[in-house]
Design a protein around this ligand. Structure first.
Ligand SMILES: [Zn+2]
Length: 356
């Protein structure tokens, strides 16, 4: 996920998908590094001595950066191969250098695209988007300040150097699954895990990102997580969630890939339902894509310009115990809960509404 320190107006729209991971399906990452303040190449460490940080802290869309984190954090700055300043937590940086050297022995070359982003920087992006596009759009597309793992300094976005060329765009990087497999196999022994797993969007809240890794400063725990193939959320909860069952039916309107993209959007939204467990997800059928439904979604989400509609049905289990008041009865299986998505001309999906 390529994020620059400062928002560049021209790049704003291209940036949106990268900001949230689940915010859309058509956008790509920022290609311009203009606006990022480049720092000198020498490493310099920031912030004062402190009681330290919790390397196993969970930061996601439900769990904010722990209090006092930014004061306790010690970081290193360096300049990557494309000339951008990158800031990383100190121990994570040392571990990254070992990982990088280890991979080079196998002919795999990586560099670091982005790592730490302060809460203030994220707030600045949110403010820019709110000013430019309105609060609704900003909320939908920009990760909430305080709730990004990149705040920790322990989350790193890698990019590839293939045949001497930098491969930095998300879509381009997706074209090298065999290189990512080699990288992922080496993560745990250096204390890293892969964070946003393919198919687990309903748990992490993010689409698959082979480049986004997280430092845990504990090889045994990292190995445990990577060997089990579970998310960090599941590790922290001490509970492995059951597989979701899918039924995409027999659509004449959409390809399987298009429906899979739509399902990912549903799952990303579902991830915000704390304590709920997704069991099944089904495409409701082509008969949902009527002009009446298109008009209905456009009346809810004014200005979105949807041209097609898809409806999905989900079964899920509500929380066993109540952490926060929620709309659900406790410990109950809900079935055929509806999700309505709009699709714009560029092929991207957006969950517009859900309910019974
Ligand atoms: Zn990332």
């Amino acid at each position: 996920m390529r994020i620059r320190g400062m928002l560049v107006a021209a790049a704003a729209l291209a940036l949106t998908a990268a900001l949230v991971g689940c915010g859309g399906t058509a956008g790509s990452a920022v290609s311009s590094s203009a606006g990022a303040s480049s720092q000198p190449a020498q490493a310099s460490s920031a912030t004062a001595q402190s009681q330290g940080i919790d390397y196993l802290a969970l930061v996601n869309k439900l769990n904010p950066l722990p209090e006092g984190w930014e004061d306790a954090l010690e970081t290193v700055h360096f300049t990557n191969s494309v000339g951008d300043d990158v800031e990383v937590e100190k121990k994570a940086y040392d571990a990254y250098l070992e990982l990088k050297a280890d991979l080079e022995k196998e002919g795999v070359h990586v560099d670091l695209d982005s790592a730490r982003r302060s809460v203030a920087d994220q707030q600045r992006i949110m403010d820019e988007f709110t000013k430019e596009y309105g609060a609704d759009y900003a909320k939908k597309t920009v990760a909430q300040p305080g709730y990004s793992e990149h705040h920790t300094g322990l989350a790193l976005d890698l990019y590839l150097v293939v045949d001497g060329k930098d491969v930095v765009e998300n879509e381009d990087m997706m074209g090298y699954p065999e290189i990512w497999a080699k990288i992922h196999a080496k993560l745990a022994e250096h204390g890293f895990i892969l964070r946003y797993l393919d198919g687990d969007e309903h748990i992490t809240g993010y689409g698959y990102e082979p480049w986004h890794i997280r430092y845990l400063d504990d090889v045994a725990i990292a190995k445990d997580i990577m060997e089990q193939g579970i998310t960090f959320e599941e590790y922290k909860a001490g509970k492995v969630l059951p597989e979701v069952s899918y039924d995409y039916g027999d659509s004449k309107r959409y390809t399987r890939a298009e429906l899979t993209e739509a399902a990912i959007q549903v799952k990303c939204d579902f991830a915000a339902w704390e304590g709920c467990e997704l069991h099944s997800l089904r495409y409701a059928g082509d008969e949902c894509d009527t002009q009446e439904n298109v008009d209905w979604l456009n009346s809810i989400d004014k200005g979105a310009g949807y041209t097609h509609v898809a409806e999905f049905l989900t079964d899920f289990h509500s929380p066993l115990t109540e952490k926060k008041p929620s709309a659900w009865n406790l410990d109950t299986e809900y079935t055929d809960y509806q999700w309505w998505l709009g699709r714009t001309e560029d092929g991207s999906w957006q969950v517009v509404t859900s309910g019974y």
